[in-house]
Design a protein. Structure first.
Length: 318
């Protein structure tokens, strides 16, 4: 029993380490800046970060399959604006949201086809589509915001009710992804392809189909997150999602997912996302200049990458 427990600790050491650091940060804030845990500001923070969590879940799928997607911020912006325009034209909220999510799936399918179908490097493809979608949106909208009709903001609920609903939706999506990766065959296929694509192919799997599906899922989740973000304000900003891809990748890497694919859990990713989300507001409550936020986040990411490199080197020697 003790041996099994020790093996589990070694297996999930990275995730447990991130969770421990998160716990220490929260404990520090509870002692030094208890105002951080005031209900309304904490609820607002959680609601604001809910769309990002959904994108992070999708990014985890992509990186686990040994790919990368740096176009998610642009997909997020395009789908958010599309949702806003449809809602402004009088389309019912559920239908506008569904169309926006379908558009996200199409954008993801473009990436998937170029990467899985034409076997182009994902970093090159998604860099190209990131620029194409973002610049196309900039040319189309010229920076003009989209005004949402009455009843769309906070889904027609009170602000508190809308925030709780968005948090619940994000949590449900993330938990569903975590359970699917852990307990469903499709999740094990993603791990298999990320670990060794050739071995997966020889085992009868279809790595190209998996890669395509992962990018479609990323597009769908980015679009769902864009809708969740759009309903939090009376206008949709066409510049929304700028830098989102870096935040998502950072949370996934900090959370213990190997950048080379095939290893990591969404529970570790959740701890990484929460840790990074606490940095900026935590500094505000500690009365520390905001510009330190990026420096601290960068240090956390660097430590995570170094830890991953040391672990890979140790495993290579053994």
């Amino acid at each position: 029993m003790a041996k099994g427990g020790g093996e589990s600790v070694r297996r999930y050491f990275r995730e447990l380490s991130v969770a421990a650091v998160l716990g220490l940060v929260l404990l520090l804030l509870a002692v030094v800046a208890p105002a951080f845990f005031s209900p309304q500001p904490l609820l607002s923070l959680a609601a604001r970060e809910a769309p990002t969590l959904v994108v992070i879940g999708g990014m985890a799928l992509v990186i686990l399959s040994r790919q990368i997607d740096i176009s998610v911020g642009s997909q997020f912006a395009v789908c958010g604006v599309a949702f806003g325009l449809l809602a402004a034209e009088g389309m019912a909220f559920p239908l506008a949201a569904i169309v926006a999510v379908l558009l996200g799936g199409i954008l993801g399918a473009v990436n998937g086809w170029l990467i899985a179908g034409l076997r182009l490097p994902s970093i090159v493809v998604t860099l190209a589509t990131m620029v194409a979608w973002r610049e196309g949106l900039r040319w189309w909208r010229q920076g003009q915001f989209v005004d949402l009709p009455d009843g769309v903001q906070w889904l027609g609920l009170s602000q508190g009710g809308g925030q709780v609903l968005l948090i619940a939706v994000a949590a449900a999506l993330f938990v569903a992804l975590a359970i699917g990766l852990r307990h469903l065959a499709v999740g094990r296929v993603v791990y298999a392809v990320g670990s060794d694509e050739e071995a997966a192919r020889l085992a009868g799997l279809k790595p190209r189909a998996v890669t395509f599906g992962v990018f479609v899922a990323m597009g769908v989740l980015a679009a769902a997150a864009a809708v969740m973000n759009a309903v939090q304000s009376p206008q949709v900003d066409p510049k929304a999602g700028t830098g989102l891809e870096l935040r998502a990748i950072a949370a996934v890497v900090v959370g213990g997912v190997s950048i080379s694919g095939g290893r990591g859990t969404l529970w570790g990713v959740l701890a990484g996302a929460l840790l990074l989300a606490c940095v900026s507001p935590g500094l505000t409550h500690l009365h520390i200049e905001a510009y330190w936020s990026r420096a601290i986040e960068g240090a956390i990411i660097l430590l995570a990458v170094v830890a991953e490199g040391l672990r890979s080197r140790k495993e290579g020697r053994s």
